[in-house]
Design a protein around this ligand. Sequence first.
Ligand SMILES: Nc1ncnc2c1ncn2[C@@H]1O[C@H](COP(=O)(O)OP(=O)(O)OP(=O)(O)O)[C@@H](O)[C@H]1O
Length: 559
Amino acid sequence: MALLRLFTKHAPNKVFYAVLAGAFSGICYALLIPVIMSALSLTPDGLSLQNEQTQQFLGFEVAHPKFAALFLILCIIILLLRTTSQVLLARVGLDVTSQLRQNLYQQISKTSIPYLEKSSSGKLIQSMTTDVQRIVYGAGLIPDLLIQFSTLLGLMGFLLYLNSKLFVLLVAILVFGIVTFQIPMLFGSRYFTRSRDHMDLLQEGFKGLVEGAKELKLNRSKHKHFLDNQLLKQERLVIGHEKMGFTIVQMARNYGDLICFFTMGIIGFIYINYHAISVSELTGVIMVLLYITAPVSFILNVLPELAIARISLNKVEALFDELPAEEVEISLSPVAEWQTLHLKGISYQHLTSEPGAKSFGVEQVDACIRRGEVSFIVGGNGSGKSTFSKVLSLHYPASSGEIWFDDVLVTGENINSYRQQIACIYSDYYLFKQLHKDYSHTPDITQQINHYLAALLLQDKVEFSEGHFSTLALSDGQRRRLALLVAFLDDKALYVFDEWAADQDPHFKHVFYHEILPNLKSQGKAVVAISHDDRYFELADQIIMLEDGKLKKVNTASL
Ligand SMILES: Nc1ncnc2c1ncn2[C@@H]1O[C@H](COP(=O)(O)OP(=O)(O)OP(=O)(O)O)[C@@H](O)[C@H]1O
């Protein structure tokens, strides 16, 4: 039902008409048997038909022309209604697939950085691909399910008309069959759920296989251990659970298929010994039962597919819960020109994946970042510098304390607007090949970029045309220089560099500390550089030192 709701929410009218068409086609389908049987009952045994009961049509002699015409009309209606129902729902299915993916894009865009960092990309990709496909495949079975269900109802109605006692017997056997069918299905579903959980871990392992290929190739025993204990173990668990699930479900399906034949056996071998039933009545009943086998078997066969789709839907819903949207104003508004960014008693604690684990955080940090100044953030490894840079660039929400831009307090209302004031090259930065920006107001953009490419000694490596760079296949240091170029183009008020110079050669380190930072400073930018390069500390207007997440001391140049 949750699957159908997914469709009805998206296009209620289309789904309504598709369901109606599907149900009506099922009833027409069920009517084919009484029409044929009624025609046959008018045919005398062993006698040829009278002239008035046949008619010529396209050179053929057609018996019982009225019934034949009705049969043909029913076939045409079934063809049209079935196709309409299936096409309508298939189209809605494609729209729902796209909508589900778009919702995930939206949700990920709205999720705050701590939650995104906590969630693994493998898991997100798995949901974006496998789960969405499974949901839509499952939901796409619904029109046929409805068609078969209406056919079943129609045929049951006909059986009721033929023999009410046999109708009751069939209902009782069907109810018993469906209830007992659910027991193995329940076990099968459990195996599919476990298999799906291990798929997430398998995806993570696969990521390690690709991204850690270099390290694994250098160490055969590590490679073997990784394959055996992580990748292949998960692979075995996924396939093992899947095989078990399918075996159980397949047994249940075959059991389901046999329900109607079982009924026929009971009627043919037992029932007739206790109840009087004419041969023509028995023929009709057996025909209905044979005809009913297809819808019953279809309905029972799609139930496992629907169960798998339901598991995927649960996964996607759980993912939405794991990625809560940031409660902040999305729309941007202009912010006043500011001179000082003031952090007052800021604390932030990292989210932890493991329950009960102690998480690291920055505590009670006070800092003042001014425009036209260069501030260095220094401290040992793990002292919290990168964490602090993400608090400073307004990604990590402070659990206590306040951030002020001059006399404006940063709140959920204006945080997105103030984020637009910041350019940051994080230690785990991402470089886009495309600029993704409308530069129609800066017609000389190519000229500007070529100027920066030359200044950053990238002119022989990278070209810029039609809004994108020719390549990102560069050395680490060169890629960071390209990231710097993009940051320059963004022209923000606050620049944060997380160990930007760490990958640079001595010449470019010098250029960074002696030319690039002073240049930004002279443009009136607030510049924050996280650095271990103590040779250049004297160039800073202030040094913020962190130790174990706490502010150790702030040295200003005047001190
Ligand atoms: N995404 C994260 N989730 C949970 N904890 C984290 C996360 N990132 C960092 N930490 C924790 O925060 C601590 C400080 O990390 P951080 O990257 O801020 O240090 P750093 O001073 O920048 O170190 P380095 O000089 O090595 O870059 C780490 O030791 C780790 O325990």
